[in-house]
Design a protein around this ligand. Structure first.
Ligand code: ADP
Ligand code: ZN
Length: 615
């Protein structure tokens, strides 16, 4: 007997192989063990319950709080020939009745619902007449008060679960904090629960961090690398969104704004234009993105500093869900950081400490000279090697910017020593720069030999240096109070036994023009555009977003291997039996037409599908 999940993966979804953990998770669910799945956005959580749902004879209920996402998922499934339906308040009464009848008749295998719809006694009554094999709880962090998105309805899902004792329960979330995880398991009574935690490393995301100098032209330079490709630009405030939107529109870009100050109607129109590929760029506050599942977002820009690393990670996670190379640009300035510091100072002391820890983690990410993935993944509790990732600015820049900063290091470290290893960087810098600050005088630090020996660097440069010293483990910082103390390595530096390499003058850092881009697959751009047009036509006709028909990656592969027959089409990523049947001829005729007229010059090139590791 062939491996059933793998068979479904190929014939229904059109994929070659499972991503990490998917196969194990599916097996666990099929064996009827409750399962908690933690994977980052775009990690491939949906298949973990969709494939079991197709293997079970009874119904799989999927609870999700995001109505727009539900419709989208169901549209995609229906396109693949999966008997899926949605029941929610967005349906017309007729549609609702129609779907409900199909459910009662056993014609639906996957039923998507909002928690409040499921919790209605009448609905529970209907469902308890049916064989329910699986209850899936998507966005399961909503169950936890520790989560960022707690929903009281979700708490009651535990009772629902108890009403269907034979059903296996699958909970999924992209929120990784241990507290939330524990909370989910306890609330759902996962006794024998198996927990699967995926890697939070999104290898297809290319990460760049750039000093904000002339942000608008830095932005233009960046987005011009992605003509006609979808992208999101995040701003801090509504005002900033409006201004940037005007500016981009003025430059002739296809762009729309999105923020909480706009009417619901405008927001949903703009969102849907973006999803349908009718508009290229969204300029938005972080209000945008929760309810969208667009797989072909090719770039995400942070025009202003994100709130913290967790937020940043969530936001960049919206790029490249389809697994294709995608780009993230963070523009940051020390002025933004000063603003954040100011806000932190206004908070009560307890909150200040937590906020400072977050801010320091964030600074560590921004200022690292090593791989950006190290501070990012460490923050999520994931061990990460500091090998060259090939997909961040630092790993592709090389070491040429490093200079010898041994002397400044010796000055700084001596000053830490002389002041008694209990002050933070700010005070040390004041002493080094010969400041008259009250605190300096009060402690008599203006009489130290290190007083005023650091006038050759600006305050900003010293701060930048001090953080490098911390990262290089010359200094350790008290997480709570910020006091610095020396390590053994620091003594070696002070004795002149060890050289220190680092970066000076952060402002000098030119916007990263990365010589090395991640591998972009070779495909025929003209054909790709034609296939895209055909996809858009079909999508508009069916009233669904283009990616529901085929993903970008699917079209790129077609434009790279020029499949000539329906059988050959089945080998393309994302083409399952039903889609092949439904759309195969249409897309083949585009390919045929493209190859025909200039057959002499454009005979099917033997282009390798490079850059696609066929998954
Ligand atoms: P999540 O729910 O974890 O955010 P999704 O389930 O939406 O992620 O998956 C993200 C994208 O990856 C989707 O377009 C999905 O079809 C695709 N995908 C998932 N699993 C595979 C796989 N094994 N092979 C190829 N593509 C996959
Ligand atoms: Zn890297």
């Amino acid at each position: 007997m062939e491996n059933k999940p793998a068979h479904i993966l190929k014939t229904v979804f059109g994929y070659e192989s499972f991503r990490p953990l998917q196969a194990e998770i599916i097996q666990n669910v099929v064996n009827r063990h409750d399962t908690l799945v933690i994977m980052p956005t775009g990690g491939g959580k949906s298949l973990c319950y969709q494939i079991p749902a197709l293997l079970f004879s009874g119904l799989t209920i999927v609870v999700s709080p995001l109505i727009s996402l539900m419709k989208d998922q169901v549209d995609q499934l229906v396109q693949m020939g999966v008997p899926a339906a949605v029941l929610n308040s967005a349906l017309s009464p007729e549609e609702y009745r129609h779907h409900l009848m199909a459910v009662k008749a056993g014609a639906v295998q996957l039923l998507y619902m909002a928690p409040e719809a499921l919790l209605k006694p009448r609905m529970l009554g209907v469902l308890s007449q049916l064989a329910v094999d699986c209850i899936t709880i998507d966005e399961a962090h909503c169950i936890s008060e520790w989560g960022h998105d707690f929903r009281p309805d979700y708490r009651q899902l535990a009772d629902v679960r108890a009403r269907f004792p034979d059903a296996v329960c699958v909970a999924l979330t992209a929120t990784a904090t241990p507290q939330v995880r524990e909370d989910i398991k306890t609330s759902l009574g996962f006794r024998d629960s198996d927990e699967f935690v995926g890697s939070f490393n999104r290898e297809n995301l290319f990460i760049r961090v750039v000093h904000k100098q002339n942000p608008f032209s830095q932005l233009l330079e960046f987005i011009n690398e992605f003509p006609d490709q979808s992208g999101i630009i995040y701003c801090f405030s509504r005002q900033q969104v409006d201004d940037l939107y005007d500016a981009l529109k003025g430059e002739g870009y296809s762009v729309r704004p999105y923020h909480a100050g706009m009417s619901d109607r405008d927001r949903s129109t703009h969102q849907s234009l973006f999803i349908k590929d009718d508009v290229q760029i969204m300029v938005a506050t972080i209000a945008f993105g929760m309810g969208i599942d667009k797989p072909n977002v090719r770039f995400v820009v942070h025009y202003d500093m994100p709130k913290n690393l967790e937020g940043y990670y969530q936001e960049i996670g919206r790029a490249g869900r389809d697994g294709l190379p995608s780009h993230c640009l963070l523009l940051f300035s020390y002025a933004d950081i000063q603003k954040v510091k100011y806000f932190i100072d206004q908070k009560p002391p307890r909150e200040q400490r937590v906020a400072n820890i977050h801010l320091n983690a964030f600074l560590g990410f921004i200022e690292t000279e090593g791989c950006r993935r190290v501070p990012l993944l460490t923050y999520f509790g994931e061990a990460c090697s500091d090998e060259n990732c090939g997909a961040c600015d630092n790993c592709t820049r090389g070491e040429q910017d490093l200079v010898d900063v041994t002397v400044p290091a010796q000055k700084f470290l001596s000053c830490v020593k002389r002041t008694g290893e209990r002050f933070g960087a700010g005070h040390i810098i004041d002493v080094l720069r010969g400041s008259q600050a009250k605190k300096v005088v009060r402690f008599g630090h203006h009489r130290l030999s290190t007083y005023g020996i650091g006038q050759d660097c600006s305050k900003k440069q010293w701060f930048h240096l001090s953080r490098q010293f911390i990262r290089k483990r010359l200094l350790v910082q008290d997480m709570e109070f910020g006091g610095l103390s020396l390590t053994d390595k620091a003594w070696q530096v002070m004795r002149g036994e060890e050289q220190v390499l680092g970066r000076l003058e952060p402002d000098r850092a030119a916007p990263a023009r990365d010589k090395e881009q991640p591998p972009v697959s070779r495909y025929d751009q003209d054909l790709f555009e034609r296939l895209r047009k055909e996809r858009k036509r079909l999508a508009d006709h069916a009233g669904v977003p283009p990616y529901v028909i085929f993903s970008d990656r699917t079209l790129m592969e077609m434009a790279a291997v020029f499949p000539q027959t329906k059988t050959a089409l089945m080998d393309i990523h994302g083409v399952g039996a039903v889609k092949q049947e439904k759309y195969g001829d249409l897309f083949l005729s585009v390919i045929h037409a493209y190859c025909r007229p200039t057959a002499a010059t454009k005979s099917v090139p033997g282009v390798q599908v490079s850059g696609f590791s066929k998954q």
